[in-house]
Write a protein that binds this ligand. Structure first.
Ligand SMILES: C[C@@H](NC(=O)[C@@H](C)NC(=O)CCCC[C@H](NC(=O)C[NH3+])C(=O)[O-])C(=O)O
Length: 351
């Protein structure tokens, strides 16, 4: 069946509005049946004035959670662990409740508190305190367990980075290798994602890249260049670096069944609602947004200091969009950037 052509003027308008809301720059790349369309606005570096570049790399934040989920679900397919088994079966004694299962981690229904709320309550001091720190997975889990659980296991959706820190621990325990090896062998190499890397705890973004600018909490305070950091506070929950083309390749390949069996992909895309609205859902390490034109898109969003990311694909993998703005801690810019999804996947609004 024919699908609407992307409304690239609408995509550009959304990027422009992200800039109007304070992003130094933004860009989007659409891959579809008629080929690739890219748009860039503003700068990738405020000091040099270098323009935003569609080939530049950036920190994808929680889109990393979908990469970690693919690795873990491949391990489930290989019989190395079971989705509905207690996490403690594979990581004895880690969690204080044997009822917390692997699936609860992937669906944000474990009840493990998100330690980043306290860590970044004061945005800039919180960031400066950790930008060069290296945490062990255990330290991050301990931070989470030092706070009360947010729900009984399985009862409610409560987003938490801690869930995907434990996913990283599971991957390293079951493979006996660092999580970076699993990303490389199972995703980056097979899909030839040459612009994608996991370099934790290195603080640099190598090669052509976008510099990120963190909005301070106090209006009027200067933007903080947050480009160099370990992202050790997130790791398997948020430390992957990628590019617009690679993200479209990843989400498209995932939805086409290149990474998981049809049955497992069906499991991954089986969602529950995340909030009061009936348009946003979460599956296994995957968001589903139901757009105004009825199209359902699957992928993830990302927020890491200085970078907002959207990376989504249609269920058939034929159309993908990635979009990034090089700012964060600024909800209006994030919402504006999200406007690229409707434009790209729903096309021009009827006059
Ligand atoms: C929500 C998003 N989650 C992620 O991408 C993960 C990796 N990021 C966070 O949890 C945000 C950490 C604070 C960022 C900071 N905010 C503050 O410091 C607020 N005081 C910032 O905006 O850069 C997702 O799943 O889409």
């Amino acid at each position: 069946p024919s699908v609407p052509a992307p409304d690239m003027e609408g995509v550009t308008a959304a990027l422009d509005s992200a800039m109007a809301e304070g992003a130094p720059g933004a860009m989007a790349r659409f891959t579809g049946p008629s080929g690739v369309e890219s748009r860039t606005v503003g700068v990738r570096d405020r000091t040099s004035g270098a323009p935003m570049d569609i080939h530049a790399r950036f920190r994808i934040g929680s889109v990393s959670k979908t990469f970690s989920t693919v690795v873990l679900l491949q391990l489930v397919e290989e019989g190395r662990l079971e989705l509905d088994a207690p996490v403690n079966r594979y990581l004895p004694g880690l969690l204080p409740d044997d009822r917390i299962t692997v699936r609860h981690l992937l669906t944000h229904r474990s009840g493990l508190a998100d330690y980043t709320d306290a860590m970044f309550a004061d945005t800039v001091p919180g960031f400066e305190a950790v930008r060069n720190r290296v945490f062990s997975y255990q330290e991050l889990v301990d931070l989470s367990l030092s706070e009360p659980r947010t729900t009984e296991p399985g009862v409610a959706y409560k987003y938490s980075n801690a869930n995907f820190v434990v996913v990283g621990m599971l991957i390293e325990k079951l493979t006996g290798r660092p999580v970076s090896d699993a990303y490389e062998r199972r995703i980056f190499k097979p899909l030839k994602l040459r612009g994608t890397s996991y370099v934790h705890p290195d603080t640099r973004i190598k090669g052509l890249h976008v510099r990120g600018y963190l909005h301070p909490d106090a209006a009027g305070d200067p933007l903080v260049d947050s480009t160099e950091q370990t992202v050790s506070w997130a790791q398997s929950a948020g430390a992957v670096i990628s590019s617009p083309a690679d993200l479209n390749t990843f989400t498209g390949a995932l939805m086409r069944g290149r990474l998981l069996s049809p049955a497992m992909l069906e499991e991954m895309t089986t969602v529950t609602p995340t909030d009061a609205t009936d348009t946003r859902f979460y599956g296994l390490g995957l968001r589903r947004y139901d757009l105004s034109c009825g199209t359902r898109v699957f992928g993830h969003t990302g927020t890491v200091q200085g970078f907002y990311t959207y990376a989504f694909s249609t269920r058939d993998g034929r159309r993908s969009l990635s979009a990034v703005a090089n700012t964060s801690n600024h909800g209006a810019a994030n919402t504006a950037l999200g406007g690229t999804l409707e434009a790209a996947f729903c096309g021009k609004k009827p006059a």
